[in-house]
Design a protein around this ligand. Sequence first.
Ligand code: CDP
Length: 242
Amino acid sequence: MEKPDMELIKDGKRLDGRRPDELREIKIEVGVLKRATGSAYVEWGKNKVLAAVYGPRELHPKFLRNPTKAVLRCIYNLAPFSVEDRKRPGPDRRSVEISKVSAEALSSVVMLERYPNAGIDVYIEILQADAGTRCVGLTAASVALADAGIPMKDIVAACAAGKISGEIVLDLMKEEDNYGESDLPIAVMSRKKDVVLLQMDGKLTREEFKKAYELAVNGATQVYEIQKAALLKSVNDVKIEG
Ligand code: CDP
């Protein structure tokens, strides 16, 4: 489908006033759900996302068990009321894909071999969506895993970059995602910078890809600092409560 021509960036400013290399505002709250082993709530621009972790616990059905390591499962769910046109409840192709790539990304940092035969379930609930929800979901899930006290090699931080009106920019919002030329969501291990997720919508030249990739890694580094601050705050709050 042809996209209508829309000027998404003018005099170096985007529709919401951001510079090309600027993230939307991000707020992270840790430990928001009493019955989950770990949880996090993230507001990222107009996105609102809840992540909950259960486990490690006995894995059912039994045939899924792995005697050498835990199995991490992920369910990404876009709530019917989270988008402009009501979304039909339940899984669809898109949510199955995002669940799969998210589980793979998180499995590369969680020390699954510590929990043979067990299951770790990660739920990502998108309450309000405004583009970039897979990045927000992974960022929230990673914090929720840390909140659950599950050992990890590193924390996963995610961010997208893309191309709008011919320019490479960081962290596309809905209008930019809809009318832009390309979107490149990535997730990295925060300290090692190993890539654990990389997807691309639309087209980029080799040069543009390099620029967008570097911008997205830089964005993920900023996201990591916010994750770290939220986790430190939650640990300190517990200490104060005694
Ligand atoms: O959210 P993310 O950018 O990771 O995934 P996407 O498939 O590129 O979707 C971009 C955006 O389109 C979402 O964040 C939603 O705001 C919107 N969307 C929608 O309105 N209805 C859907 N059924 C799916 C996505």
